[in-house]
Every structure is written in structure tokens, then in C-alpha cells.
Write a new protein. Structure first.
Lengths: 326, 338
């Protein structure tokens, strides 16, 4: 094990994949300088400007070029800078990348990775803070990943680059400096497998991305109160680990899904609905209220799904269900 | 050079271009007929009157070159060498279609001949073409990418972004603006500022030429010259071809928003009629020309006859080719828990 940051883990993963496969290349704005968050630091020096490409501020073209280049035999890694700007390239992602394999009857594949930094970070306000994973999960053809730890940011990014279908890769901006243990050996994650952070029999708590850390803190607090939480970091939103979630929920009899994105039609709704359909147990969802992300810290705080909020929701759910499990 | 070689070469090329145009015309006629009979369920956008652009440009491409087209892409695809039977079957949603009946007319594609797809989104292929060319550069291949789009596409953002990209990275792309005068039911010029598509390309430093898009020889000459410049590393080039859409926008559009006299006068300038004159001047007899036409039409007619009898795709195919990971599969009644 080595200690490294979430940022460094991603940088390492891309460097390793570029060394392994000459068809892998990266394109986006300001990559030569290391990317806005330093996640491309030193890569242009190592691989040259032909493979770490500084692009014009043309999000639609960046994504379209990646689609064409993927169809023509390369494996582009697209940097969208902030997930919010990926909305300028939504036709290219949704109508083109996600559709080409299917509508051309399997004549081609579109093996690209779209990196989209998500989430609330340093008072970035309404146009630089969104978490829109639910949009992408809704689109047939896309794989959607959201790593929460340095180890996963290395192993999942590598898996994303090796995936033969388009992958939306959501890195949380608040996590860039987060340090953690990363295995020495090159690990490639199995896409679609959740990671259990904590075993418990009282309540299943499912989360992903930065909210995983709030969920872990909540589980800690609840443990002190004698409530044993089974905590799963989904990591992969499509495909998602239905098996692990259902196994856990069947065992605990209660489910909470917590995410940073707006609660209404968030991906938590899909998980809660699936669990309710399959098991008929009580479920609860936590997410942001349906308001744009404001600038000022006390306003932004209104949206955040905190450890306290998760713990409170857990207590409510347990209280609601006195009399035991379904 | 032998005194008679050049005219013979030119005559052979003209015969070939003529045959391709006749094949495209026949394909469109039979597609319309199949649509009238209810055999083509979705929209088709016939290219009748525009055959010279398809033939002139696509016959100048090599098999390994990539082609990207539009919703009005039957002609381009045929001229690139796609199998007319697989194309006709695709239009009718049949199993042996180019895309197993999953794409239809608007998304016609044949990767075996480098045809990377028509596109249902106006202008979307401009950026994708730049990307295919970027891959060609990265992989060190010798291909050229040709991207054909309509006059309507120049008013969408991808036109600016894609052309700028190709110019900045000096990519091997031939952009072809096939101006048929109309964007759906609107005269494009009325809604397009400035002196036109070629001027826009030039403003980005992309050189190009303007041709009479109904003169197949002129289109072929221009395309060949531009492709030669691209092949030696000259970067992207732009071909602006003016033509005229003789039919409605789709099979259900009568095109009644244009004066009958205008359309009639345009039929007289039809590229096939004009090529017939060129062939006569090149010394072909009426019988020889008729024989060429019959020869070009026959495989198209056979293709449609065979496609009409082709099998439907198995329903399971709807579930395939979505994605490797996380693909959903049919839920059987037993699996639905109520
Ligand atoms: C982005 C987008 N907007 C609108 C449409 C609907 N539409 C289909 S074809 C067309 C006209 C396109 O005109 P042009 O590019 O000149 O091509 P033509 O139909 O003349 O071949 C329109 C508006 C579309 N397919 N895509």
C-alpha cells in the first residue's frame, strides 16, 4: 500500500493506461498545464502534445471528436473540466456516443471516457457545482462511475479506459486532495461491484462519491448508539450492484440511500424503488432540495446531505419500523 | 501522354459517374415506392436531383477513406460502395439490413466500406468527422475523412467548432456542403447571414472551391483536386456544391412551398440529364447510354425485390448491441413480482 491523493491516483491510472496502450489519449482544455485540478500534471511532458491534447473551448467538438476518434479505433479520455460544461456537449454524448453502437447495429463501438468533475466545492454556485449522475444513468448505452476514494479512482479509471462502451466518469471536486491507501499492484476494478465499508445488521446505507464520507461518519455515530449500519459505496451507478444492495437490505430490513444530487428523480429513487419492489421494506432517500446551488456558504449548507442528516434519517427509519423487520 | 488516352480516361470516368448517379436515382425511386406501399415505415429524405454531389465526391474517395453523411444519405452511401440490398433491407427494417434494421434510413451506415454513418441530428457529423480524422492522425493511417452536410448545417454550432478543430489540428478532412437550397421547408439563404458557407470556411483558414453541384464532372474534378491536397498533408479543405432538391423534404412533403415553374425549370438541369448530354458529346450512342442505364438500374431493382422478401429481425435483437456492462435482458412474466 502507498498513500496518495484522489488526484494523484487518477493521474497515475491515466499514465499507466497510456503507457500500456498507445491508442489511449486525452483531450480537453488546459491539459498541458496539468488540468484545472492538477489531475493531468506532467502527462503532456511524458506523452507529448499529440496524446495529451490541449483543445479549444469547444465542448461539443471535444466530445464529438472523441466519438469519431473512438469509432475510428482509438480510446479517448475526454476532460470536461466541470460536469456543468458537459451540458454543452449533451447531443454528442447522448445522441451520438450512447447511440452509435446500437443504431448502427453493432457495427462499431465507442470506447471513450468522459471525465466530469462534479459537486459542491469552494462556493462555486449554480453553474459549477452540479451532480447530474441520474441523467446519465437514464441513458441506455452509458456506463456511469463515481469513485469516492483514491484507491477507487485509480482502479475504476483504469477499468473505464478499458471498457469498450462510453463511460461517464464522475470525480468529486472536493475529493481531489483526499489521501488514502492505494495498493502497490496495478488494480483494475470490476465495474458494477459495490464496496462494503462497514458490516451491520440494523440498516442498509447506500451512497456514492463524496457523500460516502458523510455516510461513514453517520455510521460511526450510529454505532455509538448501538445501531449497526451496513454501509455500501456503490462506486458504479450503471451497472449498479443490485445483488449486494438486495442481499444487504433483505438482511437489515431497512434502506437509506444518500447522495449529493437533487433528491427528486435522483438515482436514489431508482435504488429505493427497486428495493421496495423486490423486498417491500421501508426505504428512505436523502438528497439536495430541488433548488440550484447557491453561492454563500450558509445558503449552500442548506443543500448538503450531512452526516447528521443521514444519522437522523436512520433513527427516524428505525423508529418508524418498531416491531421488527418485514 | 498518348493523344487519345486522356479523353478515353475522361469518358470512362464519366460513364462510371453516370452509372452511379442512375443507380442512386433508381434507389431513391424504389425507396419512395416502397414507402408508398407502407414497406418503409420511417421517414426517408430522397436525394433526387442531387446525385452529382454523391457520385462526384464519393467516387473520388478510396475504399479505406471514411465517409460521414446526413439524413439524406442514401446516395452518398451507395456511391461509397455499400451493398444496395443491405441498404434497401435496412430501410424496410429487415434482418439483413446494414444495421440489422436498428437504424433505418436516417442512420444508414456501412462500416465495411468506411461509411461511418448518416446522422439524424443536423451538423452532428461535422465534429465526429474531425474526430475520425484525429484518430487517423494518431494511428498514422493514410485515410482521408469526408464529411457531407447540408446547407442547413452551417447555422449550427458544430459547424464552427468542427471546422475550427480540423483547421487548428490540420486534419485530413474534406468538408462538403451540399446546398440543395432548402433546410426542410425553408429557403436556407433567407436565414443564413453573410456571403455563405465557403466564406465561413475561409474565415477559419480552410481553403476550398465552389462548384456547380449538378455537373458531375465538375464535382469530381473539384473533389479529386481537394483530396489530392489533403492527402499530401495540406489539412482540411472545403467543397461547396450548389444543387437543387427536386422532391419534398421527406416522402410525405409535397414541397408545395415552391413555385411549380421553379421546380420544372430545375428538372431540366437535372444532373443525370446533363451527364447524358456529356456522354453524347463524348461519342456514346443513344443505345449505348440506354444500355449503361439499364445496367446500373438492374442491381438496384434486384436489391429491392430481394429486400421485400427479406426476414424481419428476431425481437431479441432489440435487446442487443446496447452495451457490454449493465445490459438489460427481457423480463419474463415469472420474473415480474406483483
Ligand atoms: C439539430 C437538428 N435540428 C433539427 C432537425 C430537423 N431537421 C431534419 S432535416 C432538417 C433540414 C436540414 O437541412 P439541410 O442541412 O440543408 O439538409 P437537407 O435536408 O436539405 O438535405 C431539419 C431542420 C434535426 N434533424 N436536427
Amino acid at each position: 500500500m502507498t498513500r496518495m491523493s484522489y488526484r494523484e491516483a487518477a493521474r497515475l491510472a491515466l499514465a499507466e493506461e497510456m503507457r500500456r496502450d498507445p491508442r489511449v489519449w486525452a483531450l480537453g482544455e488546459d491539459l498541458g498545464r496539468g488540468g484545472v485540478f492538477g489531475q493531468y500534471q506532467g502527462l503532456q511532458e511524458e506523452f507529448g502534445p499529440e496524446r495529451v491534447v490541449d483543445t479549444p473551448i469547444s465542448e461539443a467538438a471535444i466530445m464529438a471528436v472523441a466519438v469519431g476518434a473512438a469509432m475510428a479505433g482509438t480510446r479517448p479520455v475526454v476532460e470536461m473540466r466541470f460536469s456543468d460544461f458537459a451540458l454543452c456537449a449533451i447531443d454528442e454524448l447522448v445522441n451520438q456516443a450512447a447511440k452509435a453502437r446500437y443504431m448502427f447495429g453493432g457495427q462499431c463501438r465507442v470506447p471513450l471516457v468522459v471525465r466530469e468533475p462534479i459537486g459542491m466545492w469552494r462556493s462555486s454556485a449554480a453553474q459549477h457545482s452540479q451532480s447530474l449522475e441520474a441523467w446519465y444513468v437514464h441513458i441506455p448505452g452509458l456506463v456511469v462511475l463515481a469513485p469516492a476514494t483514491p484507491a477507487d479512482n485509480r482502479a475504476l479509471l483504469k477499468a473505464a479506459i478499458r471498457c469498450d462502451d462510453p463511460v461517464v466518469y464522475l470525480e468529486h471536486k472536493n475529493l481531489w486532495p483526499l489521501e488514502g491507501e492505494v495498493p502497490e499492484a496495478e488494480e483494475v476494478a470490476e465495474i458494477g461491484r459495490a464496496r462494503r465499508l462497514r458490516f451491520g445488521n440494523d440498516l442498509t446505507l447506500v451512497s456514492w462519491s463524496a457523500t460516502v464520507h458523510a455516510a461513514a461518519e453517520a455510521a460511526e455515530t450510529l454505532a455509538d448508539e448501538g445501531i449497526d449500519v451496513d454501509l455500501l459505496d456503490l462506486r458504479s451507478l450503471w451497472p449498479w450492484d443490485k445483488e449486494a444492495v438486495l442481499e444487504s437490505a433483505a438482511r437489515t430490513g431497512r434502506l437509506i440511500v444518500a447522495h449529493e444530487a437533487v433528491r427528486v428523480s435522483g438515482f436514489g429513487a431508482e435504488i429505493a424503488a427497486t428495493v421496495a419492489e423486490e423486498l417491500g421494506i421501508p426505504v428512505a432517500r436523502l438528497g439536495a432540495p430541488r433548488i440550484p446551488v447557491p453561492y454563500s456558504p450558509p445558503l449552500e449548507a442548506e443543500l448538503q446531505v450531512t452526516a447528521e442528516a443521514i444519522a437522523a434519517a436512520a433513527r427516524r427509519l428505525l423508529a418508524r419500523n418498531v416491531g421488527g423487520r418485514v | 501522354m498518348n493523344g487519345s488516352a486522356a479523353p478515353n480516361l475522361d469518358r470512362d470516368r464519366l460513364c462510371r459517374l453516370f452509372s452511379v448517379m442512375v443507380a442512386i436515382r433508381r434507389f431513391e425511386e424504389l425507396a419512395l415506392e416502397a414507402a408508398r406501399e407502407g414497406l418503409v415505415k420511417g421517414a426517408i429524405h430522397p436525394s433526387i436531383g442531387q446525385e452529382a454531389v454523391a457520385a462526384g465526391v464519393c467516387c473520388a474517395l478510396r475504399r479505406e477513406d471514411y465517409l460521414l453523411s446526413t439524413h439524406r444519405g442514401h446516395g452518398h452511401t451507395l456511391a461509397k460502395g455499400a451493398d444496395p440490398f443491405a441498404m434497401a433491407a435496412e430501410l424496410m427494417g429487415r434482418r439483413p439490413g446494414t444495421s440489422k434494421g436498428k437504424g433505418g434510413s436516417m442512420h444508414i451506415a456501412d462500416f465495411t466500406v468506411g461509411m461511418l454513418g448518416a446522422n439524424g441530428v443536423v451538423a452532428a457529423n461535422i465534429g465526429i468527422a474531425a474526430g475520425a480524422a484525429h484518430a487517423v492522425r494518431l494511428l498514422g493511417e493514410a485515410r482521408v475523412v469526408c464529411c457531407i452536410f447540408g446547407d442547413g448545417a452551417v447555422n449550427r454550432g458544430p459547424f464552427l467548432e468542427g471546422l475550427n478543430w480540423a483547421a487548428v489540428f490540420k486534419l485530413p478532412v474534406l468538408f462538403v456542403c451540399e446546398d440543395n437550397g432548402f433546410a426542410a421547408t425553408t429557403r436556407t439563404r433567407a436565414l443564413t447571414a453573410g456571403p455563405g458557407p465557403l466564406a465561413r470556411a475561409r474565415a477559419l483558414g480552410i481553403e476550398g472551391v465552389s462548384v456547380d453541384g449538378n455537373d458531375v464532372r465538375a464535382v469530381a474534378d473539384a473533389a479529386e483536386a481537394l483530396l489530392a491536397e489533403i492527402r499530401v498533408g495540406g489539412g482540411p479543405r472545403f467543397l461547396y456544391a450548389e444543387t437543387y432538391r427536386l422532391m419534398g423534404h421527406t416522402q410525405t412533403d409535397a414541397g408545395a412551398y415552391r413555385p411549380v415553374a421553379e421546380v420544372e425549370s430545375r428538372w431540366r438541369l437535372c444532373p443525370i440529364a446533363r451527364a447524358r448530354e456529356l456522354l453524347t458529346r463524348a461519342g456514346l450512342s443513344t443505345e449505348e447510354i440506354a444500355a449503361l442505364e439499364a445496367e446500373a438500374r438492374a442491381p438496384i431493382e434486384q436489391a429491392f425485390t430481394a429486400a421485400r422478401a427479406a426476414p424481419w429481425p428476431e425481437p431479441e435483437l432489440a435487446w442487443m448491441d446496447v452495451q457490454d456492462l449493465g445490459a438489460e435482458w427481457p423480463v419474463t412474466a415469472a420474473e415480474i413480482r406483483l
